[in-house]
Design a protein. Structure first.
Length: 291
């Protein structure tokens, strides 16, 4: 099996969505389906269970996911060894983060890394940080910037960069009344993330209080929450680092006596095994300690 086939499989194993993987890998959905079918025929087993509603990995698919991830990592390490004779680090590194993190936390680090290791190709992907750790664990990304989860997988290494309070926001000229007690929080319209740490903390608070939230909208990423709050569509929650860097920062204000949702510990995350074996990732990690 060539590396392209393994990369296609790994992306689909992570996304479990043929259209998303096809778009990300610059293929038509039908071409992706044919390649997965050819892979299944070559291996003489079914890798995915598919119906009109969902895609799931089979037991054989999970085994191939582990094999594919390890094989691609070993290939990259071997390629680095072959090109290490001139003393300069070469290869590639992929990094996933939110748009906010790409310019508020990452710019200076990437600038210095590029200066010290000009032969390393840097692939930066942006999106919802709620997907970040899953993408790293799935082998789709080498590194990610994300909030440290309540329980960090033993497979991962995490380097903290900044602590950011999780704020509750309302429009500057809000028509929505500020909650005065716990029950009021079940009445006001809320704009919340679809998934991720903020959503987990909100769900835990409402469950503890035995209340059902009045959800106006569920969105992907905190940047969109700030924009929707600025339009006075509801109260929303976002880390301070996102609010401070938002174009709508002056159109929102803090809600007094908000829910006690704590801070975000934002940092860079990678798989510990990659950190031990991959020279490029190790060089990037070493730079973090000097930042």
């Amino acid at each position: 099996m060539d590396s392209k086939s393994l990369k296609l499989f790994l992306h689909l194993a992570q996304s479990l969505h043929f259209s998303r993987t096809a778009e990300a890998m610059n293929l038509s959905p039908s071409a992706l389906s044919r390649q997965i079918q050819q892979l299944e025929e070559r291996l003489e087993c079914k890798l995915f269970e598919r119906d009109n509603r969902q895609v799931q990995l089979t037991a054989q698919g999970r085994k191939l996911q582990s094999y594919a991830r390890e094989s691609l990592e070993q290939w990259e390490a071997f390629r680095q060894d072959l090109n290490a004779s001139d003393g300069e680090l070469s290869g590639s590194v992929s990094l996933y983060c939110s748009v906010t993190a790409s310019y508020s936390l990452l710019y200076q680090i990437l600038k210095r890394f590029r200066q010290e290791h000009p032969k390393v190709e840097i692939n930066l992907h942006t999106g919802d940080p709620a997907d970040a750790i899953r993408r790293v664990l799935g082998g789709h990304e080498d590194l990610c910037i994300t909030a440290k989860p309540e329980k960090l997988s033993k497979e991962l290494s995490f380097h903290s960069m900044v602590h950011s309070p999780l704020l509750c926001l309302q429009a500057k000229k809000a028509s929505i009344p500020t909650p005065k007690n716990d029950k009021d929080w079940a009445e006001v319209p809320l704009i919340i993330p679809e998934t991720g740490l903020t959503r987990e903390r909100l769900d835990a608070w409402f469950q503890k209080k035995k209340l059902k939230p009045n959800i106006y909208a569920q969105v992907s990423g905190h940047e969109a929450i700030v924009s929707m709050v600025a339009l006075d569509l509801g109260l929303g929650f976002a880390p301070q680092i996102v609010v401070d860097n938002s174009p709508q920062a002056k159109q929102v204000k803090l809600v007094e006596k908000a829910l006690p949702l704590g801070d975000y510990d934002v940092g860079i995350c990678t798989r510990s095994k990659r950190l031990e074996k991959d020279r490029v990732i190790a060089a990037f990690w070493e730079l973090l300690g000097e930042h």
